[in-house]
Design a protein around this ligand. Structure first.
Ligand code: SAM
Ligand code: SF4
Length: 329
């Protein structure tokens, strides 16, 4: 397994396959002024396969498809099929807003996808439209049901907590973990990209401690799960009764940089070394100049070596070059 200069084992590659999205969450994508990667600049399914082969060769085992909205990529089934078929890929998951899953969940499962994280910020139909701007609660519920039916389990529900938009709605989402078997994770906002969405992330920030207090105040104490995976970005809990899990992802208030095990590939073929940093290494150039698995493996190992640690959000430093939808959350 590749180890970086801070002793971290890096074996998890998150692959962004598009910067397009069918939603416009207020903290992620502005409504105006967007420019997208031209299609010829996106890595093709075959190029993504080569990157995964290289990653496996140097010891990566876990892969996740993300975006933008990965299900918008017309060849998402081919990409999934190619990655799943690479010998040595132990886990292939996807992060999605779920809108297109009624059509795609079963074919994705057949193509080799194992698990899904689905993003729903609130169960309140009106506030959903304010925060995620498009999409209806019925569509999200249908997406979750389709994923369950297809066996893409366990599903994790991601909720990014945004003051004055959905900070009061965390209780109803957590209730699904108390009264049902949902695994719901509450994410702290990070300011990325320096523009309008970074401003929202800063001004509407809610610390996980506040979200947790609110949930416990209404639904009772949360008990830490035994056997937490140290590289899981979430701190996970359950209620004293109930089957579900409640997780908190707190990159701002409780940074977990010391146990970060991930590398990111952008849709336009750059290894993005740390979510909250601008450092990137170009892999597309090598691929398009005739490079193969060994060349990509060498770039990836260099990326691991150069991976920084310890974000500087408290000093106001974050990535300026890309927003979350351009890196892959
Ligand atoms: N479109 C898919 C989705 O929404 O799940 C995949 C990409 S999206 C960028 C992945 C996750 O990043 C979502 O759960 C979203 O809420 C989260 N996210 C987006 N912008 C964020 C930000 N500024 N801070 C924290 N999380 C963010
Ligand atoms: Fe789209 Fe996901 Fe960003 Fe929302 S968080 S705008 S669903 S990429």
């Amino acid at each position: 397994m590749p180890r970086d200069r801070f002793g971290r084992d890096i074996d998890y590659l998150r692959l962004s396959v598009t910067d397009h999205c069918n939603l416009r969450c207020v903290y992620c994508m502005p409504l105006r002024g967007l420019s997208f990667i031209p299609s010829p600049e996106l890595l093709s399914a075959t190029e993504i396969e080569v990157v995964v082969q290289a990653a496996v060769k140097v010891g990566f085992r876990k892969f996740r498809l993300t975006g933008g909205e990965p299900t918008l990529r017309p060849d998402i089934l081919e990409i999934t099929r190619r990655i799943a078929a690479v010998s040595g890929v132990e886990d292939l998951a996807m992060t999605s807003n779920g809108i297109l899953l009624p059509r795609l969940a079963s074919p994705l499962k057949e193509a080799g996808l194992r698990r899904l994280n689905i993003h729903v910020d609130t169960l309140d139909p009106e506030r959903l439209t304010k925060l995620m701007r498009f999409g209806s609660l019925e569509e999200f519920e249908a997406g979750i049901a389709a994923a369950q039916e297809a066996g893409l389990v366990p599903i994790k529900i991601n909720c990014t907590v945004t003051r004055d938009y959905n900070d009061g709605d965390v209780v109803e989402l957590a209730r699904r973990a108390l009264e049902g078997d949902w695994h719901v994770r509450f994410i702290e906002l990070m300011p990325l990209g320096g523009g309008e969405t970074a401003h929202v992330a800063l001004s509407q920030f809610v610390p996980s401690s506040e979200t947790r207090r609110r949930i416990e105040g209404e639904l009772g104490p949360l008990v830490p799960l035994d056997n937490q995976n140290p590289s899981d970005e979430a701190r996970n809990y359950r209620f004293e009764s109930g089957e579900g899990v409640v997780g908190f992802i707190s990159p701002v208030s409780e940074p977990y940089c010391g146990s970060c095990n991930r590398m990111r590939l952008t849709a336009d073929g750059k290894f993005h070394l740390c979510l909250l940093n601008d450092d990137e290494l170009d892999v597309k150039k090598a691929l398009r100049n005739g490079g193969g698995v060994d060349d990509v493996a060498e770039i990836l190992l260099r990326a691991v070596t150069l991976k920084p640690t310890g974000h500087r959000l408290d000093e106001g430093v974050s990535t300026q070059s890309r927003s979350m939808f351009q890196i892959g959350g």
